[in-house]
Design a protein around this ligand. Structure first.
Ligand code: SF4
Ligand code: SF4
Length: 246
């Protein structure tokens, strides 16, 4: 069986090199329809960009805008963007003029109408493929513009999103997770703070009793405090050390 056999009818694997016809702009008659009635899972890098755009701390962002769901108490939670209760489940950042945080919109919004499936191979390297999602409400497919995947990734500013999402895979698709590892409440709290609540993580690192840097002699407090990307990079390494002893 091929990957395509597992995909819904309106989702098609995009072969490398194939062009797809699509353009989204404020003139389309469906403008912002895709910003309602959606389930938007947030990655750690999405939260980093959103909290910066909104000039909030990560704790404030999570408190105001995130819905955290955990299927079982010993597995990693999922973080979703909380939608507005306006009868249309609108994104809190959509207006009639478009997205107010467009420059920092989440990766899923950028990649649409494509979707990216990434996976960690046994050798630790990340593989991926993209799918094209054709939804009836989206009229961008009728626009006369063709592009390939590489252009789309570049135009939509997806590189840093893919880079950080791939790093996070080394945690969420770790072999021990695939084998059904169960985590304690304390480990889950560490997972959330190091990946999603990086300002709280920075405060933790500032405390002299925090010994998590001892295993990373190449990392200094001064280098990562105040640099969100460096903090998240360190958070990913630290949580791997805490959960998997790496
Ligand atoms: S973040 Fe912006 S692009 Fe994404 S759903 Fe919300 S309004 Fe739309
Ligand atoms: S539904 Fe499609 S074309 Fe319309 S605004 Fe959303 S992405 Fe653009």
């Amino acid at each position: 069986m091929s990957t395509q056999d597992f995909l819904p009818e309106n989702v098609r694997k995009l072969p490398p090199g194939e062009l797809f016809q699509f353009r989204c702009h404020p003139g389309v008659d469906c403008f912002t329809d895709c910003c309602r009635q959606l389930e938007l899972a947030l990655t750690p890098y999405d939260v980093l960009r959103l909290k910066q755009a909104l000039k909030l701390t990560s704790s404030e962002f999570l408190e105001r805008h995130a819905v955290i769901e955990q299927e079982q108490e010993d597995v990693f939670p999922m973080v979703y963007l909380g939608m507005v209760d306006d009868g249309r489940a609108s994104c809190p950042f959509v207006t009639s003029e478009g997205c107010i945080i467009y420059k920092d919109r989440p990766g899923a919004c950028r990649v649409y109408p494509l979707g990216r499936a990434a996976f960690q191979n046994p050798d630790g390297k990340v593989g991926d493929f993209h799918v094209l999602i054709t939804e009836p409400h989206c009229h961008g497919f009728q626009e006369k513009k063709e592009q390939g995947l590489g252009d789309w990734i570049q135009d939509q500013g997806l590189e840093p999103y893919n880079e950080f999402n791939d790093l996070v895979l080394s945690v969420i698709q770790h072999d021990k997770v695939k084998q059904g590892a169960q985590f304690t409440e304390d480990q889950i709290k560490k997972y959330m703070i190091s990946l999603y609540d990086i300002d709280a993580f920075a405060n933790l690192i500032k405390q002299p009793e925090f010994k998590g840097l001892d295993s990373f002699p190449e990392v200094s407090r001064e280098d990562i405090i105040g640099d969100d990307k460096a903090l998240l990079r360190f958070g990913i390494s630290w949580i791997r050390h805490e959960l998997f002893g790496e």
